[in-house]
Structure formats: structure tokens, C-alpha cells
Design a protein around this ligand. Sequence first.
Ligand SMILES: Nc1nc2c(ncn2[C@@H]2O[C@H](COP(=O)(O)OP(=O)(O)OP(=O)(O)O)[C@@H](O)[C@H]2O)c(=O)[nH]1
Ligand SMILES: [Zn+2]
Length: 288
Amino acid sequence: MYTKKIGTIVSLNKSSFVIDIDNKLETYIIPNNIKHCIVVGDIVVLNNFNIIEKIIDRRNIVYRSLFSKSKFIAANIDQILIIIAVKPSFSVNLLQRILIEASRSSIESTIILNKIDLKESKHLNKILEMFSNLKINIVKICAHDTINTKLLLYKILKNKKNLFLGQSGMGKSTIIKTIYNDIDIKTREFSQKLNTGKHTTSFIKSYKISEINATVIDAPGFQTFGLNHVTEKEILKAFYEFEPFFQNCKYYNCKHIYEKECGIKEAIKNNIIYEYRYELYKNIMINK
Ligand SMILES: Nc1nc2c(ncn2[C@@H]2O[C@H](COP(=O)(O)OP(=O)(O)OP(=O)(O)O)[C@@H](O)[C@H]2O)c(=O)[nH]1
Ligand SMILES: [Zn+2]
């Protein structure tokens, strides 16, 4: 009999993928012709021979790109959590880039500040104040404090497919270990399937937290986030506080970079727009 199976890709490496079919994990080889087409979070149809026959239309796809080279991260996401930490220092530019990608793909985003047991610098406080005033959701945790981390994050993650992104060293793996139920059989089953035996962040993989009906997708830490695929209009959309001032720009196609009579520049002079945020805008527009 010809039976088709539908499942969600939970992990990928160069040659094989792990798929969740009705809560059971199965591993198959990726055929060469679709190697670069599938991504974690994809819902796919397998034929009798366990070959991917179809990728169901994606709600969204998160990726980064450098020149014409794109790196898919995950698909069908409800929320992006950007992990930063009190220490070591992190790139605000990178954080802003992820916020832009979230805005482009119309996915809500939350900043998770980890390691609040360490002392925050004045600079960090200023950055956090800026994002907070811009109505960007910030949640502060100490991943070593299991009870409170679970309490805070479970509320945010509940009933959602959550993508965790962040630079190396911010504590992403520690957070995932903290919120993930260690005794859940899936952990062991999953590790065995991938033949790692322990939790390492070397490729993108997802975990189910059944208690709260949530999925956590863990992507390896990275140092760059190219936005070559994002249009200038989409970048501007992420700097939504600029919008009321466009009408004061002399030129209808003002890019707010080289033009002199510019509503955005005027708003910065009048301390209405954060200069720091504008510098991020300028830098990202020039070096997408
Ligand atoms: N003080 C403090 N240290 C933490 C906290 N969370 C994580 N760490 C430490 O930060 C270091 C980095 O944590 P990881 O979880 O390995 O970081 P990561 O972001 O997953 O890094 P990669 O695996 O390189 O992507 C480890 O030494 C952790 O013990 C925290 O809340 N407070
Ligand atoms: Zn302008």
C-alpha cells in the first residue's frame, strides 16, 4: 500500500535529517538534489521510500545572507528570542540585525538578557533602556537560577515555535538545558539519533517542551548576520520610530544618510530619535 507520511524537520546535518512524525523521531538521508532546500521547522511529506516529496508552504523563513549566499536558519517560526548577556560584551549591531530579520519575516521578537547575576555596565544599561523605550520586549534572567528562568521563559515560550539566536558565549546552551526537562525521554532519544550523546550546539536542532506545548530551535552561535536579502524599505520598517519624520525630508526618496535636509537627522538633533539607533541604521544600510 502507498502511504505518505507528514512530519516536521527537527534537525539537519550535511547528509541526513531527523524528522518528527507523530512524536516519533526518524532519521533519513537527504537526497543531493534537495540538500540546500530544506530547513529545520519545515513540514514535509515523505513517500514510501522516505524520500522528501514535498515541502508544505512555509509561513515564514528566517535566514541570513552574505552577497548572494544565503544561510537558512529555520522555518515556520512564531517567535525569535535573541540571547544577549551581561558578560562577555556582545555586538549591538548583530542584535539589531536579528531584529531587522524578525521584522522582515513578520515574526515577533524578544531580547533575553542572561547572566543578570553579574554586574551590568553603564553602557549596557543605556542600550537596554533604548530598546526598552522602543517597546522591544526584554526579559532578564540568570540561567543558573533554574526556578525563575523556567518561570519566566515558560510564559513566553508557551504554545509557540521559538527560535533561539545569539552570539557564542551568551549562555544559550545553558538556558536551553535549564528550561528543557532533563528527564524527558526525547532528549536521550534525540541525542542518540544524532550520535552526539551530549548537548552541543554545532548545528540547528529543535526540542519539544511538551509541558508547555512549545518548541525551541537552537541555532549555533554566530558572529555575523548578513542582511543582503533585506531591502532598504524592509530595513527602514524595523526602525519604525523614524516614520513620523519622513514627511520632513526634502527628497521623497531620502535615504537619511547623505542628504542634508532630512527629517530623521533633524529629529536626532532635537533628541527625539536616539543617535545610537540612527548609527546602527546607517551602518547596516551601508554594509547590509
Ligand atoms: N554568571 C553566569 N554565567 C552563566 C550564566 N549562564 C551561562 N553562564 C556561563 O556562560 C558560559 C557560556 O555559556 P554557554 O551556555 O556555553 O554559551 P552559549 O551561548 O551556548 O555558547 P556557544 O555554545 O558557544 O554557542 C558558561 O561558562 C556558562 O556556565 C548565568 O546566568 N550567569
Ligand atoms: Zn531623510
